[in-house]
Design a protein around this ligand. Structure first.
Ligand code: 3PG
Length: 403
């Protein structure tokens, strides 16, 4: 982006593909981390006199307008965060139609418009190259230059991420440059010991990255819903805990390969359980029990790692030189099951290691649990994107910017 701005962007229409996919509850933004991360690139362009056309997806609408997924609340927050750095911030009621064309045509130098959710158009996510291409053509008509800065979406082969940059002179934005710079440190000459903490609900989302980490990491700590599939694979009683039976053979294979390679797999030794999944909206106390992880009683489910596991994980992170963390350790949205996730966040803060928090959920958890995000080495805005980067996959949104 430095070169693009250096060449002069005043008076030019610059399309910025950001990832403003933030969590919303009843139309209220509950974590604005991704909007704050998008601001510096947009602000630099506006300050350089560009007419900035910002676009993003939000959630997974089905290719038609759906008010529950409108970016309208995001445009207000973007305007607040940009403050004086942009002359004006407006919102276009559609993606590439008449409304967008008229609003973009009226933009002045240093002004910003946010388009409506790109996924309201079926061409954005289409598997059909021609359909995606036609939508990319329409978007290209709105701009002279393209800046890819939505790191969280670079693993998607979508029209605005992959096809549009081929149609306009393009550059990578500052956020993408920072994210890639940091993740590269985890894939090339990583400082050891390299410890990885993986959580979240499903093992199936993490298969690729575990495969890769068996070659790279020294220690892999498992928590969250996926831990119960590991415990089941070891033959333990897991009661009614979340389990992906079909992944058990893959998990057994990982455990075997880890042993062969000398990679330490660390699983919970105790867990917090309840007879039912807690009501997150009410947040009522649930009186969880602490039980050994190898004997979760029938009729109960594990919902967080227990106190001994918290200590064990903190100890395993204390002497690491590099830590990557993706995925919460439990149902952190309920206060009874937030301690495991808090303990891992605290262990990262206490460790002298280079720490990277990857993933929308873990990044949001860190902020919602009241931690100072600036105290972590790096909090990635990408969930799936950071995992796929670590897997060594070619990411469409980065490949499209490489030339
Ligand atoms: C994310 O939240 O990981 C990104 O915004 C991508 O969203 P998606 O998984 O719906 O494509």
């Amino acid at each position: 982006i430095d070169a693009l701005i250096g060449d002069g962007v005043a008076g030019r229409r610059v399309f910025v593909r950001a990832d403003l996919n933030v969590p919303l509850a009843d139309g209220t933004i509950t974590d604005d981390g991704r909007i704050r991360a998008a601001v510096p690139t947009i602000a630099r362009l506006a300050e350089a006199g560009a007419r900035v056309v910002v676009a993003s997806h939000l959630g997974r609408p089905k290719g038609v307008p759906d008010p529950a997924f409108s970016l309208m609340p995001v445009s207000q927050r973007l305007g607040d965060l940009l403050g004086d750095r942009a002359k004006d911030v407006s919102f276009a009621g559609d993606t590439a139609g008449e409304g967008a064309r008229t609003t973009v045509a009226a933009l002045g130098d240093g002004e910003v418009v946010l388009l409506e959710n790109l996924r309201f158009h079926p061409g954005e996510t289409s598997k059909d190259d021609a359909e995606r291409g036609a939508f990319a053509d329409a978007l290209a008509g709105l701009a002279d230059l393209y800046v890819g800065d939505g790191f969280g979406a670079v693993h998607r082969k979508h029209a605005s991420v992959y096809d549009l940059p081929a149609r306009l002179p393009h550059a990578a934005g500052g956020l993408i440059a920072t994210e890639v710079g940091v993740l590269r440190k985890l894939t090339e000459n990583v400082s050891r010991p390299y410890a990885v903490v993986l959580g979240g609900a499903k093992v199936s989302d993490k298969l690729g990255v575990i495969d890769h980490l068996l070659e790279k990491a020294d220690r892999i700590l498992i928590g969250g819903g996926m831990a119960y599939t590991f415990l089941a694979a070891q033959g333990h009683e897991i009661g009614d805990s979340l389990v992906q039976q079909d992944q058990i053979p893959a998990v057994r294979d990982y455990l075997r390969r880890a042993e062969e390679r000398g990679v330490e797999f660390v699983l919970p030794v105790d867990v917090l359980t309840s007879g039912q999944f807690p009501d997150l909206s009410a947040g009522e106390p649930t009186d969880p029990a602490t039980v050994p992880a190898h004997a979760i009683p029938a009729g109960t489910m594990g919902l967080d790692i227990g106190p001994r596991t918290r200590q064990l994980y903190a100890a395993k992170l204390a002497d690491a030189a590099t830590v990557f963390w993706n995925g919460p350790m439990g149902v952190f949205e309920h206060p009874d099951y937030a301690e495991g996730t808090k303990a891992v966040a605290q262990a990262l803060l206490d460790s002298p290691a280079f720490t990277v928090v990857g993933g929308g959920d873990s990044a949001a958890a860190v902020r919602l649990l009241g931690f100072d995000e600036n105290a972590f080495g790096h909090i990635s805005t990408g969930g799936g994107a950071s995992l796929e980067y670590l897997e060594g996959k070619t990411l469409p949104g980065l490949a499209a910017l490489e030339d």
